[in-house]
Design a protein. Structure first.
Length: 131
């Protein structure tokens, strides 16, 4: 259960509706998900977060599919079930194959495992790896 009320379009202020409309236009959908509906309780944060997502998740040096797969991995690391599901869906919408999705948990699991070992062993970073 959400810790805040979810703000539906018909109950939203004009400012929140403007963000919802932009989300729908950019994503070519009529669907506003619960993340945005929850954030709408703080319209400034809603606007700021949407602006940041549009900028960061846009095509750049990394393609949108790679960005979504990274988002899934970080969401797993942060135990955010909502983000895991929403960004896995976004990755699939950006042509992630089932084979790629099958590899993703293996890479995430391996990273968790080796990160844990390095943290436990308190290993110093090799000079060759330092940028």
């Amino acid at each position: 259960m959400a810790t805040v009320p979810l703000i539906e379009y018909e109950d939203a202020s004009a400012g929140v509706r403007a963000v919802y409309d932009d989300i729908k236009e950019v994503r070519q959908t009529d669907f506003i998900n619960n993340f945005w509906k929850g954030l709408a309780n703080n319209p400034a944060q809603l606007r700021r977060t949407w602006k940041q997502i549009k900028a960061v998740m846009a095509p750049g040096a990394l393609d949108p599919l790679t960005k979504e797969m990274i988002y899934v991995a970080v969401s797993v690391a942060n135990s955010c079930e909502y983000c895991i599901h929403s960004h896995a869906a976004a990755a699939r919408a950006r042509s992630m194959t089932e084979e790629q999705f099958g590899d993703l948990p293996a890479v995430i699991g391996l990273a968790h495992h080796t990160n844990g070992l390095v943290s436990t062993l308190q290993l110093e970073v090799d000079d060759a790896f330092k940028v």
